[in-house]
Structures are given as structure tokens and as C-alpha cells.
Design a protein around this ligand. Sequence first.
Ligand SMILES: Cc1cc2nc3c(=O)[nH]c(=O)nc-3n(C[C@H](O)[C@H](O)[C@H](O)COP(=O)(O)OP(=O)(O)OC[C@H]3O[C@@H](n4cnc5c(N)ncnc54)[C@H](O)[C@@H]3O)c2cc1C
Length: 270
Amino acid sequence: MKAARFDLHLAADAAEAVRHLQGDDAKPVAGSQSLGPMLNLRLARPGLLVDVTRCAELRAVTEEAEDVLYGAALTHAEFEDGALPDATPGWLAPIARRIAYRAVRNRGTIGGSIAHADPAADWVATMTGLGASVRILGPEGARELPMAEFVTGALSTALGPDEIVTAIRLPRRGPEARWSYWKFCRKVGEFAKASACVLADPARDEYRVLAAAIERAPVALPDPRALIEGRADPREAVEAALPFLSPERRALQATATSRALAALETGVPA
Ligand SMILES: Cc1cc2nc3c(=O)[nH]c(=O)nc-3n(C[C@H](O)[C@H](O)[C@H](O)COP(=O)(O)OP(=O)(O)OC[C@H]3O[C@@H](n4cnc5c(N)ncnc54)[C@H](O)[C@@H]3O)c2cc1C
């Protein structure tokens, strides 16, 4: 099936994109890797698509003392290729490299992925795990939300219909910080069936063990330090925190969590 007819506006900047989103019938588009199939299946039928990929603000990287802001229209491939400054000790390229396959990564964007909020999406899991926040622009001006508040459920966010994601703010992590991300995929290039992120950053006193790809927003497991230091059982933590999953999915999630914890010493698994 082909998409129903729509008009396309190529926005030159973020403010212009927001102006064109006024009204019920308009929708932003970035890489079109998630929206394109929805248009073709006619699950979405906007009358106007506002392309945000040429907005300079959404293509920029802004380095601040404590954080790096990544423009929403930067592609997975740009992260994969190490073309962008990394707020972490080299963790972003391996995350990007394992999203789908290169043709998808050439067009798909970090902002599009987060705005789409597929519960199994890699940036949704890892940006939540890394304590990122989302910069938003709408008719009332700019605002910023932590990822944990931005993603409100499966395919659901706090974004208004006339708002766009302009950037993702990622806190800088020093060399003493440790991180791992483990995901189960049945085939290479498929979305995860279960995933887990672990962050231990003593300099910021930040510890997190996150369960993702659980058909809702990622869930932070309680007492992450005890899990990281081996004083708590990941299987019991998953059982307690994710009662809504089937026993099979909980078992998969517990294994992902155990493997992410074990991989913490070595960094992101290949
Ligand atoms: C075959 C295939 C396999 C895939 N496998 C994976 C995978 O393993 N892991 C993974 O994480 N992803 C995967 N994806 C999804 C891919 O990463 C997409 O690129 C991503 O989900 C959406 O990014 P996009 O830029 O293409 O957004 P689009 O498809 O253009 O837009 C998606 C949604 O976000 C909205 N949107 C886009 N940009 C903005 C913005 N700046 N502000 C507000 N709203 C915006 C659109 O209106 C739309 O609702 C896969 C996709 C395909 C086609």
C-alpha cells in the first residue's frame, strides 16, 4: 500500500517547524524510518509533514561544561561513525552500531527515535539509562524534561502535537564511570526482546540498573548499588519490579540484567 496524499514542508529552523505544526493535521518527520511504514500502512494520515532534518539547531552539537547537547536530527550513523563529540568515554558509537542495519542508521535520527518512543528502541533505553533529558520547543517556548518523564509509555511521550524535540542533553561521564548495555534480539537488525542498562558513576553519585524493551517505559530497578556490588539478586529484583511481564519475558529480562551487570567491568558488549 502507498501513503495517502500529503503536503511536505521543509523547515529551515526549529521555530518555523513549530509554526507549521499548528492545527490538527500536521506532523513532524525526520528520517521517516518509523513514520514511513506507518504512512504506507495508513496507520497515520497527516495532511502535512514538516521535515525537521534541515533545521540548523537540530543538526548541531553544543558542548557545555557539564553536558553535551545533541541535535535531534543527528543520525544513528553519525554517532556510529564517531563523527560527533562523545559525552561518555566512547559508549555512544557501540550503541548506535547495533541499531537495525546501516541503511536504517543512515536516515534514522536520535530525536525521531525518542519521539517515536518504541519501548524496544535503543536510544530510548540508553538515554534513560544515561540520565539524559530532552529539549522541547513549542508555541509557548522551550522546555526540558528528563527522559524518565518524557517517555510516558509504549509509543507515548509528554510531547504536545505542536511541539518538537530539538536536542538531547547528555551529562558528561568521566573515565571512572562504568556502563553496560545488553540486549536480546532474535535476529541481527531486529528490535530487542529484552534489554538492560547499568550505570555506575561514583563522581556524580549516580547508580542505575534499568529494564527496557518491556512494552512500556523503561523501569529503574530498586537499590541499584546493591545489584552492582553483587549484594542483591538481579532475578529477584526483576521478579519484584516487573510483575506485569509474562514469566517467560521476566526470565529473559532477568538474564539481560544479569549479563549487563556482568559486562559492567568490560563496557558495552559487542
Ligand atoms: C527495519 C527497521 C529496523 C529497525 N530496528 C531498530 C532497532 O533495532 N533499534 C532501534 O532503536 N530502532 C530501530 N528502528 C527504528 C529506527 O531507529 C528509526 O530511525 C527511529 O525509530 C525513528 O527515527 P526517524 O528519524 O526515522 O523518525 P521518523 O520515522 O521520521 O519519525 C518517527 C516519529 O517521531 C516523530 N518525530 C520525528 N522527529 C521528531 C522531532 N525532532 N520532534 C518531534 N517529533 C519527531 C514523527 O512525527 C513520528 O511520529 C528500525 C527501523 C526499521 C525500518
